[in-house]
Design a protein around this ligand. Structure first.
Ligand code: FAD
Ligand code: SF4
Ligand code: SF4
Length: 393
């Protein structure tokens, strides 16, 4: 157990019971009893007891934090192309590394991907850890987690950042378990505490109604996932020099338990929401699946324009879930975002508010979407959109 009560010292004052966030403490016959099945070892009761009656296993805090150095970015690539969020993470990672006074590194896995190291260095990496092997050609959890975990154990980074892509969301929790450390998912802000140089990771909580700032005080590395489109991409410097460190890759017979038989893209040839430059999104105001046909006509007016939706429209079965924008969908950052018949709930806005230009069309002039819109059109979308289409070349 993480904490234990010293019977001889306990006065039964209940202070520990009051501070325990997990209701793990009860007081029986003037003695604190800790329920092991509920206790997370957070240590709050230890600090609260002025009689020194609760002690915590010292092993829990044994990690030598000073042995961990450097900020790492997982350089996700698919088919030999670096995923755009990696450049955003390098931009953010550069700031964090400079604030700590440490180096910024990328870790790149794949088969015949060495040529990509140049881009990672140009976008800010001082070093690239490179693992090349035919087994790493396509992403598989077992293979990638083994290689990265071995590298974490050997080189001990203090921070590791992952894009909150499908791959990042699969890989990061697996590595957190292997490295016995914490992970904060879907961060919207990262900053270094000037006093202790630990990373403060901020993310929406309670349905986006408040922002929680999370720290990882006792274990290393500190790990976060960040959604695409949230952080600013750094400007590349083609002249920047960096080191490439080749990682030894060796898999045992049982290390990889899956085989990739075929890769099937569900969204067909459509541009992904995260890459789209123009998005025409529809909500309950479009009235049904056929309403999205009008939105598609507007999207077709722009090269690579795509249609997206609010969760309410997705939940109504009007459009596929892969098109959902928002807190529980995709975060997007296009040049133009049309919000058509979308009220502007906080969970929707969380996924599109960093778009360059937001154009809202809504028949209710008090709809919250107008608070984040650069251009607001009050009117019936079935009248407004055909007029916009007609006006466009
Ligand atoms: P409504 O709120 O019903 O708004 C419809 C709008 O259309 C209204 O403003 C109306 O005035 C307008 N309208 C109607 N007819 C017309 C017309 N003819 N012309 C013009 N305007 C018209 N939502 C998301 O979108 N993404 C998420 O990721 C997401 N995650 C969530 C997570 C949690 C934990 C929770 C609790 C909720 C989440 N939601 C999410 C749901 C969110 O709270 C809203 O319910 C949802 O965004 C509302 O969708 P809407 O704007 O399409 O519908
Ligand atoms: Fe006992 Fe200390 Fe808890 Fe009070 S705070 S009940 S003294 S363990
Ligand atoms: Fe509760 Fe935390 Fe104390 Fe466990 S360590 S009893 S969870 S306050």
């Amino acid at each position: 157990m993480a904490v234990r009560v010293i019977k001889e010292k306990c006065k039964g004052c209940s202070k520990c019971k009051k501070v325990c966030p997990f209701e793990a403490v009860t007081i029986e016959k003037k003695l604190a009893i800790i329920d092991e099945s509920k206790c997370t070892g957070c240590g709050q009761c230890v600090e609260s007891c002025k009689f020194g009656a609760i002690e915590q296993d010292k092993d829990e805090t044994k990690v030598d934090l000073s042995a961990y150095k450097g900020v790492w970015v997982f350089a996700e690539q698919r088919k030999g192309k670096i995923t755009p969020v990696v450049f955003e993470l390098l931009g953010e990672g550069r700031k964090l590394a400079d604030d700590i006074g440490t180096e910024l590194c990328a870790i790149l896995l794949g088969d015949k991907v060495e040529k990509l190291t140049k881009d990672l260095i140009a976008y800010g990496a001082d070093k690239v850890y490179l693992a090349e092997d035919p087994e790493l050609k396509d992403y598989r959890t077992d293979a990638y987690a083994k290689v990265i975990n071995d590298a974490i154990e050997k080189y001990k980074p203090e921070i590791v950042l992952y894009g909150a892509t499908h791959i990042g969301r699969d890989l990061a929790p697996c590595l957190a378990v292997k490295a016995q450390t914490g992970l904060t998912a879907d961060c919207t802000k990262l900053e270094i505490d000037p006093e202790d140089k630990k990373i403060k990771q901020t993310r929406p909580a309670f349905g986006g109604n408040l922002m929680a700032t999370i720290v990882c005080p006792k274990t290393r590395p500190q790990m976060s996932t960040v959604r695409p489109g949230v952080m600013q991409k750094a400007a590349p410097d083609k002249k920047k020099k960096g080191k490439v460190i080749n990682l030894k890759v060796k898999f045992g017979k049982n290390d990889i338990r899956t085989k990739v038989l075929k890769i099937v893209k569900t969204a067909g040839d459509q541009v992904s929401l995260t890459d789209a430059k123009v998005i025409v999104a529809g909500g309950m105001g479009v009235g049904g699946p056929e309403g999205f046909e009008l939105l598609q006509k507007l999207a077709d007016k722009f090269p690579g324009g795509v249609v997206a939706a609010s969760r309410a429209a997705v939940d109504s079965g009007w459009i596929d879930h892969s098109r959902q924008v928002g807190q529980t969908g995709t975060t997007v950052k296009p040049n133009i975002y049309f919000a058509c018949g979308i009220s502007g709930a906080i969970q929707h806005v969380a996924g599109m508010q960093t778009s360059d230009i937001i154009i809202a069309i809504n028949k209710n002039e008090t709809a919250p979407i107008f608070e984040v819109a650069d251009y607001g059109i009050v009117g019936d979308l079935f009248k407004v959109i055909p007029e916009i289409i007609a006006a466009l070349p």
